[in-house]
Design a protein around this ligand. Structure first.
Ligand code: AHG
Ligand code: MN
Ligand code: MN
Ligand code: MN
Length: 321
């Protein structure tokens, strides 16, 4: 099986970008080790702090953020970083070629139940027209991403990543400590009979989303005339991974009772990297009105509605909206 670095070289990924990806993955291996040790490494449970999103931080949110932050800020290739767990942009090296944004630990509510969790990351070219620590560094549409990926800490530790070509899947081989290419090209089936949404929010959605989900629930009795299955992980990494593996549609729509929050998921370090991974694997990613990768961000921790997955299913829904 091919190792990661030769795969990236064969894809003509620039050397500095390869070095940067290695740095992110070095941090991911540290996180994977602690996740695997669980209670034995003292990483379970909560802190007393809140992040800028108003969420109580878990110990593993803080630890994962610190590991990524420390390693990235000592890299010569990073001009600035942004994280779900950092209020503001953090400055790296002046003149460095890239900026990195990350969700250090996705699926925080799964930590203490030994469920699926992951790390999501994205790399953009640094902007020379604004200061290194300006939030405007990250005010770039997702289509500017030069690399997007996630590490899923599941039964196996998996890396799913694209550098603009195919979305590839690697498995962490603990016998030698590196990621090996285990699926050279992921391709999401265009059709699906599986949906993924937090049904407990049904009463809070706009009517067209309610109507769509109701049709899926009607099974053979409804206009779709077939049985649909539902899965919800509570971790976007797990749900999007399932969709990249066997198809499906994932939705996190806006809740109408929270008009200031257009959805729960964050554009920079959740929606955009996942949208790039899905599009490079033949799927679609939209807010319902716009292609996610075309959105011009307005703030660092901006939230967006997310509808992503199998092409024909996403298309079907978008036509009804
Ligand atoms: P995070 O743990 O990084 O804060 O992200 C959680 C997100 C995402 O992973 C998931 O799809 C969603 O929140 C789950 O939301 P519900 O609480 O509605 O299940
Ligand atoms: Mn969080
Ligand atoms: Mn998240
Ligand atoms: Mn998180």
């Amino acid at each position: 099986m091919q190792r990661l670095i030769p795969t990236l070289r064969a894809d003509n990924v620039p050397l500095e970008l390869i070095m940067l990806i290695r740095t992110i993955l070095a941090a991911s291996k540290e996180i994977a080790f602690r996740v695997n040790q669980g209670a034995l490494s003292g990483v379970l449970g909560s802190t007393l702090d809140e992040n800028i999103q108003g969420e109580t931080q878990k110990k593993l949110d803080v630890l994962s953020n610190q590991l990524l932050k420390d390693m990235l800020l000592s890299s010569p290739d990073v001009r600035a970083i942004a994280s779900e767990e950092e209020d503001d942009v953090v400055k790296g090296q002046d003149g460095a070629p890239y900026i990195v944004a990350f969700d250090p630990l996705d699926g925080s509510s799964n930590i203490d139940i030994n469920g699926q969790i992951g790390t999501i990351f994205t790399i953009y070219p640094a902007r020379d027209d604004v200061a290194a620590d300006s939030p405007l560094q990250f005010s770039q549409p997702g289509k500017n991403q030069v690399c997007a990926g996630y590490v899923l800490y599941g039964p196996s530790t998996l890396l799913v990543m694209t550098t603009g070509g195919p979305t590839r899947q690697y498995t962490l081989d603990r016998t030698h400590g590196g990621y090996l290419l285990t699926k050279a090209e992921l391709s999401i089936p265009a059709q699906t009979s599986e949906f993924s949404i937090n049904m407990s929010n049904f009463h809070r959605w706009d009517q067209p989303i309610k109507d769509y989900i109701s049709e899926l629930q009607a099974g053979t009795e409804g206009s779709r005339e077939r049985q649909f299955n539902m899965r919800w992980n509570g971790a976007m990494v797990g749900d999007v991974h399932r969709i990249l593996s066997r198809g499906g549609i994932f939705l996190y729509p806006a809740n109408t009772d929270e008009p200031t929050k257009p959805g729960k998921l964050r554009l920079l370090y959740e929606a955009n990297p996942m949208a790039m991974l899905v599009e490079q694997a033949d799927g679609l990613a939209s807010t319902g009105t716009d292609r996610i990768l075309d959105i011009q961000p307005s703030e660092l921790h901006q939230r967006v509605p997310v509808i992503t997955g199998s092409k024909e299913e996403v298309d079907y829904l978008l036509k009804t909206l």
